[in-house]
Design a protein around this ligand. Structure first.
Ligand SMILES: C[S@@+](CC[C@H](N)C(=O)[O-])C[C@H]1O[C@@H](n2cnc3c(N)ncnc32)[C@H](O)[C@@H]1O
Length: 375
């Protein structure tokens, strides 16, 4: 709208600006997907601002690979406004970017294997393409990812006297309290398949749409998973809906200096900063479920090999199997990974790392922004 007069666009102009053919726009009109609802002074059909908004949503979903019928359901959903569509599209695009990065890494590994004359199995080859992030990287997870008892004690204490516990984004079952009645939720088939025999029952679902009645658990927990959710706030509200108590372990990237707190991101892998752009901050997450925030220190010999776990054991990051069990290394892409590892290797052998990080040697635990949210 300019000066109260709505700007109308002809079909030709819309096609030109949107980079689609006039024929496509006519087709969308014919099937009732995007109808140019206005008329120009000369009587030609024209697109109003609302029509254009709808068209941009349709085109964005189309580029993500949705079918026209699915798109019609999405854009016609009265519960989803333009902002909700933008948020959803953003999440889908990030997921697509992460999946592409995971696929590039997997292809690099495949190329390396072939150059050494090794043929991967058909199953491994299939897993590389078209998979979700954890479908691509999940099989490397159990090598270094185990329950860290000192952090688990904090989570279990925060669960209070809950008898029934829902573990969302449960992965292979780490941190599930052994003395309570646990139900797990995990969207990745690869992760579900790696749950040990005798682990709690696991449902294939996502945090954002939990298939449970309101208040059906005493507590819900989510450990090291919220940063993967398409819509973290919607997911946390779901946890809140189905449980009386919510316990979340995640990290805080809200203060300006967080990237500099950990030497690995500060000196070798600043690309981690790009991964959190546009993601909700820990305060927003906490507010969405009325949670209090508690810092969690990482012991120097942490048993769970998450990204920050080896802060006092830098050589660990040179190990391929350590990196493959942490999604960040795949998400930053192979170039950044190679550069970071080469830089660290060089600084370790020259003594530069030790020089720069002299103050860490005497620390038994470090504050690197990990937080427990308890509601
Ligand atoms: C870093 S792993 C953590 C697994 C487990 N909680 C642990 O601490 O070992 C993250 C998990 O979140 C899962 N995940 C990704 N998107 C999810 C979503 N929207 N809802 C629930 N879980 C999700 C992944 O499949 C993966 O298993």
């Amino acid at each position: 709208m300019v000066g109260g007069v709505e700007e109308l666009l002809t079909v030709g102009r819309v096609a030109e600006l949107a980079g689609v053919s006039v024929r496509t726009l006519h087709h969308y009109d014919e099937i009732g997907l995007v109808h140019p609802s206005a008329r120009t002074a000369a009587g030609y059909r024209a697109y109003s601002a609302d029509d254009v908004e709808r068209l941009t949503e349709v085109l964005a979903y189309r580029r993500l690979g949705f079918g026209l019928r699915e798109i019609a359901d999405l854009v016609d959903d009265p519960a989803t406004d333009a902002v909700a569509h933008l948020r959803r599209l953003r999440g889908l695009l990030l997921e697509q970017r992460d999946r592409a990065a995971a696929t590039v890494s997997a292809i690099d590994r495949e190329l390396k294997a072939r150059s050494m004359g090794i043929r991967t199995t058909s199953e491994e080859q299939l897993r590389v393409f078209g998979a979700q992030l954890y479908e691509a990287i999940g099989s490397a997870y159990p090598a270094t990812r185990h329950t860290e008892p000192r952090i688990a004690a904090k989570v279990w204490e925060a669960l209070g006297d809950a008898r029934t516990v829902l573990n969302v984004g449960a992965g292979t079952g780490n941190y599930e309290p052994p003395d309570r009645d646990v139900t797990a939720v995990e969207p990745s088939a690869i992760m579900r398949a790696q749950r040990p025999a005798g682990a709690a029952r696991c449902v294939a679902a996502s945090a954002e749409a939990l298939p449970f009645e309101d208040q059906s658990f005493d507590a819900a927990m989510a450990f090291s998973t919220v940063h993967h959710w398409q819509d973290p706030i919607a997911g946390l509200r779901e946890l809140r809906r189905v449980a009386r108590r919510v316990v979340v372990f995640t990290h805080d990237s809200s203060d300006a200096g967080w990237l500099h707190r950990f030497w690995l991101t500060r000196d070798y892998l600043p690309e981690v900063g790009d991964l959190v752009v546009g993601r909700p901050l820990v305060d927003e997450l906490a507010r969405s479920i009325g949670a209090r925030i508690e810092p969690v220190l990482i012991p120097w010999d942490c048993a769970d090999g998450f990204f920050e776990a080896f802060w006092r054991r830098p050589e660990a990051y040179l190990e391929e199997h350590v990196r493959r069990a942490v999604s960040i290394w795949t998400r930053v892409g192979p170039d950044a990974e190679r550069r970071a590892v080469a830089g660290l290797a060089e600084d370790l052998s020259s003594g530069r790392w030790a020089e720069r990080n002299r103050d860490l040697v005497d620390l038994d635990a470090a504050e690197l922004g990990l937080r427990l949210l308890v509601a």
